[in-house]
Design a protein around this ligand. Sequence first.
Ligand SMILES: [Zn+2]
Length: 265
Amino acid sequence: MSAASNGAGGNGGKKFLMTTSWDDGHPLDFRIAELLRKCGLTGTFYVPPSSQRQVMTAAQVRELSGTFEIGAHTLDHVRIDRVPDAEASRQLLGSRRWVEETTGKKCSAFCFPGGKFNGRQLRLVREAGFRAARTVELLSIEEPRCVSGLWIIPTTIHAFPHGRLTYAKNAVKRMKGSHLLSLPAALFAKDWVALAMEMLIRTSERGGVFHLWGHSWEIEEEKQWKKLELLLGTIGAWREKWKGVTNGRNEHGSFTRCGETKSRR
Ligand SMILES: [Zn+2]
């Protein structure tokens, strides 16, 4: 087996994982899916069955699930930190069941609409049967970490033209070395694609997980398709350096229950 195809990335032994995630289930997700496919990338689409915006039909979600992982995003795109716990649990459990019935596959990953949560919501997500929860933590290339029995999945880059202040606030809020280390790059990058390229090089050199996320409807609104295509093309050209994973599966397969150890095969 050549170094370039050893499954961990032909990268001097450093693990370089690549994942993407796309929220809200807008029908333009098919345009994202086509780009990902073209560049040899995989990822997870977090789809609610109903939302404030248009969403894919169940048949479309089933079709998408043939190639990509589908994660849960509540039943009605509800911020679970803003509703009573009983309603949050209904939204969580209902969305997991909906994804599993629609796709015929197990759904282990959840993503918080609005991105806000505290320890209580983490417990509810775990109790609804999920193993992993994606956050909107930016500038991270760290692997998911175990918190309150859930794998918490940070992200690296949001496909959106954020101002510098957003990155600064995000990094200061987490106050973690890795985010603060990436902050200068975020403050000086020409745009989000330039920042993504910088983070891509950093992940390749240090090892870690590069996680790009976004919303197809937002890319349309902000006219970011060309930039996204440019970035995905670059990532695709580096295909021999990284190994693609979805949010619910790492390089060894589905996540174990967080906090439990078992054979990695
Ligand atoms: Zn959302």
